[in-house]
Write a new protein. Structure first.
Length: 285
């Protein structure tokens, strides 16, 4: 497995692959890899000739009071995991390599899809995501890129700017990977104490209750949100950031679930902010 730390070396590697007619798959990550990330890598391996994983904690998507400095960094361990699933190359630049002195260009998806859910809570987040993903796609010359459903709003945003800017990359969304307990895999789970991790099970539990109600015939959006809210509020350690339900992938308000819809939540357990979601209606596309 090759490791590249400079844009020039990564571009040279990708250019050589293009000359050979290879299909390049990109999996952008911020490291601290877990089984959810490795599932993305396996999906990329199935579809592409060559898989490039980026491991880059992107400073531009963190707000001033967020956890950029504390975000877990375990590059050597990450590399062992990536090699175990057959990743071909890793792009691991320093922030100054991606944002050199004088850098002043950003991709801003200024639409309703970025002003709700996590975008409402984290106003600069998606500008940072859109900028770094655009750069990574250009640097690696990817044909396919892979993202997890846990960040479903991110998938919607990436698809939007890829379409709007005519970037020739197909965006794949891979289902959420959960621990046996039901907790969605997340790098931020490492912040949780044992008691907090137990409390965090309320996220997936609340979504399962809503899904059971939907399967039982409940289609009213407010009623489904109320089921989730009530369950989360039963956990003393949980503080709700949002419980929302929108059409998917358009992220438009709905009163009744009669089309694919995203039921998404963000909850703080102690100092850790966790997100989770399910898609009601037809299977995720």
């Amino acid at each position: 497995m090759k490791i590249f730390t400079t844009v020039a070396d990564m571009q040279a590697f990708s250019a050589a692959l293009k000359k050979e007619g290879k299909c390049i798959g990109l999996v952008p990550t911020m490291g601290a890899l877990h089984e959810g990330h490795l599932t993305l890598m396996r999906a990329a391996k199935e579809k592409c000739d060559v898989v490039i994983a980026s491991v880059f904690v992107n400073p531009t998507q963190f707000g001033p009071n967020e956890d950029f400095d504390a975000y877990p960094r375990r590059f050597e361990e990450d590399c062992r995991k990536l090699e175990s699933v057959g990743v071909d190359a890793v792009f691991h630049p320093e922030p100054a390599e991606m944002y050199p002195e004088g850098y002043c260009t950003y991709v801003n998806v200024d639409g309703d899809i970025t002003h709700k859910l996590c975008g409402a809570q984290r106003p600069i987040h998606f500008r940072g995501v859109a900028t770094v993903v655009t750069k990574l796609m250009n640097i690696t010359r990817a044909d396919e890129a892979f993202f997890g459903q846990k960040d479903a709003q991110q998938v919607v945003v990436v698809r939007r700017f890829v379409d709007d800017l005519n970037i020739p990359v197909h965006i794949n969304m891979v289902p959420i990977v959960r621990e046996d307990s039901g907790l969605a895999r997340s790098s931020r789970n490492a912040y949780l104490s044992p008691a907090e991790k137990e409390a965090a099970l309320v996220l997936s539990r609340s979504l399962r209750k809503a899904k059971a109600a939907y399967n039982g015939g409940e289609t009213n959006a407010e009623a489904l949100k109320a089921i989730v809210t009530k369950e989360i509020q039963s956990e003393p350690m949980a503080v709700i950031d949002y419980v929302d339900l929108f059409s998917f992938p358009a992220l438009l308000p709905v009163e009744t679930v009669n089309e694919p819809c995203l039921l998404a939540i963000a909850v703080r357990i102690g100092k850790t902010r966790l997100i989770d979601n399910i898609i009601l209606g037809d299977a995720a596309k």
